[in-house]
Design a binder for this molecule. Structure first.
Ligand code: AGP
Length: 609
């Protein structure tokens, strides 16, 4: 997704725009730009291909004292990353930044060709030309022109618009892409994510879909597209500055891996009664009767969130005898004609709470009358505000594109939800107690692993950085860990890593084993241990370069590398093993000198299809 910022007030607009874009750069970072207005008819438009640092250099050479402006950091959808395609886009006296996709931009562009000379390949330039068409150089209020234009648009947008003819107001609007209005002293700040407002204000208004706001330094007027006034709900921004800074680590990714003892502690806070072996989640807003009646659980997510759902499904099945569980990839599920059985509940899993595919599934399931429960990290996010109920995972802001602490907290939060269902269904406490005890001990177990593992994993990673291909293997509860480990490695080191259930090897993937590959095997000491050992032997017999992560004391096969996990955990060792895979991906990427926190082609939150 792209990052949007805006400023109108009594301070230097360029300063906030640049600092805000740097906070949002993790959300999309292939090009960037800002425009500021001096209020006397001069606009300073600066754009770059590449990182915000390049824009910062340009701003330093074109410093202004302007007090109003907008900015954007881009994750390209229409048109390659280039200075020409970077936002803000201009038409007449109007400048516009946009996050989303205008699906009918081609037909709109055809109608505007006579009145606007197009210079970029973007759908956004079509939108600014359409606004200008209705603005007709200031004959009509800017907000009216924006509304008229948006009524013709199909697709998603989060936009900020300024005009040289009205240099004291910013018009913002959203449908499907988030926008937050920060309320300051004689200043109003705009951002696509509250993290850009931290340190500037504690008060924010989260715009809703279909709303348009006109903001000045000291006023905010919100209306619907049908000109119905909206009374704004001012909310507190709960993030503090330290949560969005590296805190002494080289990268956000390492910080977020290492802070999992505390982030998981926050996920559990107030939700586990160890003495009575009970779990309590207030957010889902489901009565015991409703919990008891659940027969089918759909778990919806993308990427890491999906993997967390797969992992949770394996565990929940172990202690809820009469529930079928269906983890689904949102991008696929939204277009399926899946039958949703009676007594279904849907867990909607998303770290950012803005992922377009997941949001689309949420809306479809709600339309079918399915109760939706959010498992979300970003407070106040779109999904968090649209689910029927939910559990915030409270893992703190996750800045690095590769999701790590959110996975652990999402999986545990879903397992806790499953435990509340089991409790409501009268499942014996003696069956649930071991799960609850281990969950309560998990932060400590993670802390112990993170104290002992990093150095050995760092040395291991250096030995495998030259490979271009990898196979990740696991069975049962270790299979979703293999999926997640492969995703982590591929998305930051660009090694072609793919995961397979260990039992599937002989059905095809075994043909891949040769010196181009290494194999990363998760081997928990559980009822399937021997089966997975057989799989390892199949790979060794074909000359595989095998790395094994295990908690077993007696593992002795002649593999290339073993990472031994010493722990009292018996049930949730796969969650500990996942941290080894996170560290492995991190250290390989550092060894390859790639961009750990902002890998190529990706963005932190994908608010477009
Ligand atoms: C995971 O490391 C990736 N960044 C990506 O797969 C991510 O998990 C996915 O886009 C879902 O994001 P969400 O949790 O914010 O919905």
């Amino acid at each position: 997704m792209c990052g949007i910022v805006g400023y109108v007030g009594n301070k230097n607009a360029q300063d906030f725009l640049i600092s805000g874009l740097k906070r949002l750069e993790y959300r999309g970072y292939d090009s960037a730009g800002i425009v500021t207005l001096n209020g006397k008819g001069r606009a300073t438009l600066l754009k770059v291909k590449g990182k915000i640092s390049g824009l910062e250099t340009k701003v330093a050479k074109n410093k202004t004292t302007d007090k109003i402006g907008i900015g954007h950091t881009r994750w390209a959808t229409h048109g390659e990353p280039s200075e020409l395609n970077a936002h803000p886009h201009k038409s007449g006296k109007i400048y516009l930044v946009h996050n989303g996709i205008i699906e009918n931009y081609k037909e709109l562009k055809a109608k505007l060709k006579s009145s606007h000379k197009f210079v970029s390949e973007t759908d956004t330039e079509v939108l600014v030309a359409l606004v200008n068409h209705f603005y007709s150089d200031g004959k009509y209020p800017l907000s009216n022109a924006v509304v008229q234009a948006l009524k013709l648009v199909h697709g998603t947008y989060g936009i900020a618009v300024v005009s040289e003819l009205n240099p004291n107001e910013i018009v913002v609007a959203r449908s499907g892409s988030p926008l937050v209005i920060g309320i300051g002293n004689n200043e109003t700040l705009i951002a696509s994510d509250a993290s850009a407002l931290v340190g500037h204000t504690k008060k924010a208004i989260y715009l809703n879909d279909g709303e348009v706001a006109t903001v000045t330094a000291d006023s905010i007027e919100i209306k619907t597209l049908n000109s119905q006034p909206v009374s704004a709900k001012v909310e507190a921004i709960q993030t503090d500055l330290s949560a969005i800074q590296k805190g002494g680590y080289d990268h956000f990714l390492l910080k977020e891996i290492m802070e999992q003892p505390s982030s998981l502690t926050e996920t559990l806070r107030g939700r586990i009664n160890r003495e009575e072996h009970l779990v309590h989640l207030g957010g889902p807003k489901l009565s015991d009767e409703e919990l008891k009646s659940i027969k089918h659980l759909i778990i919806v997510g993308c990427g890491t969130a999906y993997h967390a759902g797969v992992l949770a499904s394996y565990y929940i099945e172990q202690f809820t005898p009469d529930i079928s569980i269906e983890p689904v990839m949102a991008s696929e599920y939204r277009y399926r004609h899946a039958h949703v059985p009676e007594n279904s509940v849907a867990l909607i899993v998303s770290q950012s709470g803005e992922t377009a595919d997941t949001l689309a599934c949420l809306r479809d399931l709600k339309a079918q009358g399915v109760k939706t429960i959010g498992i979300i990290n970003a407070i106040g996010s779109t999904i968090a505000r649209e689910v029927d109920g939910g559990t915030y995972i409270h893992a703190g802001p996750e800045i690095s594109v590769a999701s790590t602490k959110a996975f652990t907290s999402q999986a545990v939060a879903m397992i806790m939800f499953g435990l509340t269902v089991a409790e409501a269904k009268g499942v014996k406490n003696s069956l649930l107690a071991p799960y609850i005890d281990e969950i309560a001990n998990l932060p400590k177990a993670i802390e112990k692993l993170l104290k002992n593992a990093p150095e050995s994993v760092k040395n291991l990673a250096k030995r495998y950085k030259k490979y271009d291909h990898a196979i990740f293997l696991g069975r049962d509860v270790a299979y979703p860990i293999a999926l997640e480990g492969a995703l982590k490695l591929k998305e930051i080191s660009y090694i072609d890593a793919n995961a397979y259930p260990a039992g599937e090897l002989k059905h095809g993937p075994l043909a891949l084993v040769d010196d181009r590959f290494f194999e990363f095997v998760f081997l928990p000491e559980n009822n399937l241990y021997d089966k997975t050992v057989s799989g390892i032997q199949e790979v060794l017999a074909r000359g595989g370069h095998v790395i094994v992560i295990t908690d077993a004391d007696d593992f002795s096969l002649p593999v290339e590398s073993v990472v031994k996990i010493t722990t009292k955990m018996k049930i949730f060792t796969p969650i500990l093993m996942n941290l080894v895979a996170q560290l492995f991906a991190y250290y390989i990427t550092v060894a390859k000198n790639y961009n750990v926190d902002q890998p190529r082609n990706l963005a932190k939150s994908v608010t477009v299809e």
